[in-house]
Ligand binder design. Structure first.
Ligand code: ADP
Ligand code: MG
Length: 284
């Protein structure tokens, strides 16, 4: 794929062909999960990267697709800023990160972290469809998709191209405004035929390391209400932890650097719950 697609999908026939190729490539993936929110800055990328690593730590073969074309940051969370994708006659090979996590992100195609990508909807859709038609994931147990904020072109294209998605994990954070916005993303997932696996409330609370006292700097919890409203479950509550940014700054994935932290333990429980929900026998 060229670094900048010059046009959108030109015909229904071309789209059909690319989608067919993408579906063929994805047939070696057992479970596909979408991490979405509707909202920016709530921790979708943190949750999707750390959840991917936690699944990889449990010996699953895991891939991560960063669908946030404008704000892609999975490379930073995983300490892969210097990596880039390469292609040969078998297709595009994902970057292999820590614990053999296979990652594909627009950020691996641009020159530097602050290079803006200024594409309109049709170009973004084309880039996503092309990537899925060309990436050679190999056999995977889990493919996670880290979504951009909103329910725009990227989300619609992925729902269409990937199809057959096992479920969506909706990430929220405390604060009145988050509830409505995350609700919209959940409705989008449901209307696209993607089951809601549950809600993750990130940045839920801050635990004072000296006194153990809990503080709620972002305000009112939204996870329980969202779960109730959408007849779903709260999968995890992840605390605010300043070490997350500190690990990022050093280019070290948080859960590998601080495996005993409360946030890492919440991610580990989240992974276990997701595995049990996704892998339960059909008649359970
Ligand atoms: N639980 C948390 N505690 C502290 N910082 C966090 C937490 N979760 C995410 N962050 C930080 O907040 C910022 C936004 O997170 P990110 O995952 O990029 O959000 P999104 O993908 O939803 O836009 C990042 O700098 C990230 O390191
Ligand atoms: Mg993000």
């Amino acid at each position: 794929m060229s670094q900048e697609p010059s046009r959108g999908i030109s015909s229904a026939g071309e789209l059909f062909t690319l989608i067919g190729e993408a579906k063929q490539r994805l047939s070696s993936v057992k479970h596909k999960l979408m991490v979405l929110s509707g909202k920016g800055g709530v921790g979708k990328t943190f949750v999707s990267t750390m959840l991917s690593l936690e699944l990889a730590r449990r010996s699953y073969r895991v891939g991560l697709f960063d669908a946030d074309i404008h704000g892609s940051s999975t490379n930073v969370m995983l300490g892969l800023q210097k990596s880039s994708l390469y292609a040969d006659n078998e297709g595009i090979h994902p970057v292999e990160g820590p614990l053999k996590l296979k990652t594909v992100s627009m950020s691996f195609l641009i020159e530097s972290l602050d290079t803006p990508i200024i594409w309109r909807g049709p170009l973004k859709s084309r880039a996503i469809v092309e990537l899925f038609s060309m990436v050679n994931w190999g056999d995977l147990d889990y493919l996670l998709m880290d979504m951009p904020p909103g329910t725009g072109d990227e989300a619609i294209t992925i729902a269409q191209v990937v199809g057959d998605i096992d479920g969506a994990v909706a990430v929220t954070a405390p604060g009145l405004m988050n509830e409505a916005v995350v609700s919209r993303a959940i409705k989008f997932a449901k209307s696209s035929g993607i089951p809601l696996l549950g809600i993750v409330e990130n940045m839920s609370y801050y635990k004072c390391p000296l006194t153990g006292e809990l503080h709620y700097p972002l305000g009112r919890s939204t996870g329980e209400q969202l779960a109730k409203k959408h007849n779903s479950r709260l999968l995890a509550r992840i605390p605010l932890d300043p070490s997350i940014d500190e690990a990022l700054a050093r280019g070290r994935p948080f859960i590998l650097e601080y495996p005993d932290s409360e946030a890492s333990k919440a991610i580990a429980e989240l992974a276990a719950t997701i595995v049990s929900l996704v892998e339960k026998p059909a008649n359970a």
